[in-house]
Design a protein around this ligand. Structure first.
Ligand code: NDP
Length: 281
């Protein structure tokens, strides 16, 4: 029987996960079906129960249910504990194992696809929401020289950094406190780009040869990416590779097979270019 997987979210119609996992399954010869399920707000646990009852083997979880999935999991991995959120569930023997693959997805994209080591580098992480929290542990595991978390609301960044102090050199501050400092890797984990904005940043943040990484992805460049290019960042990337990386890691957790993201990234980028061309008409 074909194994069933899904992504829970609300809204979830825009999710690229069904297309990505279908492509992974084709590439690796795995027999599985993957669909998007819009769980009602307040009805996440019920939607999970119904999916398990019909034989569901695993699920991804996206906004706004990642914290609820954390609480629902009967066991959790270290990376889920660190993130305080679950984006991957594995069902079996009456249990729900909760994992979080966002951090490893980002790290694989930065270190492998973008060929940029984190070890010994000065890292700036912008934002103090769920996405930032999910990547701090995996970033510190790579032993950077330093990790600075900067946020519009400085207190949130300081509180978040304090949660991870035992794992390595991490500090929190406001974006206004960054003047005169330079970094080797700058990651935008804010949601500012959703409304076409960007964090209020001083000039001179990007060290020569630095990487600017925006977790957002979509047909157009975010204001952060435009700013980084103007400021002389050596490489600029959006978050499509992170999206694929977290999906590939979930696939590996479920199936024990690691798909190759590169050809699928190419397909998705062609699709984006096509949509840009249609929009420009
Ligand atoms: P949250 O709502 O939890 O956090 C939002 C963060 O953005 C806060 O730190 C907030 O600052 C900051 N922010 C919002 N607007 C502005 C602004 N105009 N100027 C400066 N800072 C601002 O969101 P998430 O952490 O869940 O998501 C952040 C982004 O990461 C989203 O765009 C999401 O799509 C992306 N993402 C991408 C993934 C991928 O696979 N590529 C995976 C997960 C997330 P304050 O505290 O001051 O309000």
């Amino acid at each position: 029987m074909t194994d069933k997987y899904c992504v829970f979210g609300n809204p979830v119609g825009h999710s690229k996960s069904p297309a990505i996992h279908a492509a992974f399954a084709r590439q690796t010869g795995q027999d599985l079906a993957y669909r998007a399920i819009a769980a009602p707000i307040g009805g996440f646990a019920g939607a999970v129960d119904a999916f398990v009852a019909e034989g569901g083997r695993g699920a991804n979880v996206t906004l706004p249910f990642k914290q609820e999935a954390y609480r629902l999991a009967t066991r959790r991995t270290r990376r889920a504990e660190q993130a305080g959120a679950v984006n991957t569930l594995v069902f079996g023997n009456g249990e729900a194992l909760g994992d979080n693959t966002d951090g490893v997805g980002l790290l694989r994209d930065i270190t492998l696809a973008l060929d940029t080591p984190v070890r010994g580098r000065r890292i700036l992480l912008l934002g103090a929401g769920g996405a930032a929290r999910g990547v701090i542990g995996p970033l510190l595991d790579e032993q950077p020289e330093s990790l600075t978390v900067a946020n519009r609301t400085a207190e949130r960044a300081r509180a978040l950094a304090a949660c991870f102090a035992a794992l390595g050199s991490v500090e929190g501050c406001g974006c206004g406190e960054l003047s005169g400092r330079a970094f080797d890797i700058v990651i935008d984990a804010t949601s500012a780009g959703v409304s076409g904005a960007m964090p209020d940043l001083p000039a001179g943040l990007f060290a020569p040869g630095s990487l600017a990484y925006s977790m957002m992805y979509g047909p157009g460049e975010t204001p952060f990416c435009v700013f980084a290019r103007e400021q002389g960042a050596g490489k600029v990337s959006d978050g499509l590779g992170m999206l694929l990386g977290q999906a590939a890691e979930s696939f590996f957790v479920w199936r024990g097979v690691r798909p190759d993201c590169a050809p699928i990234a190419e397909l998705l980028r062609k699709d984006q270019a096509f949509r840009r061309a249609v929009d420009a008409r």
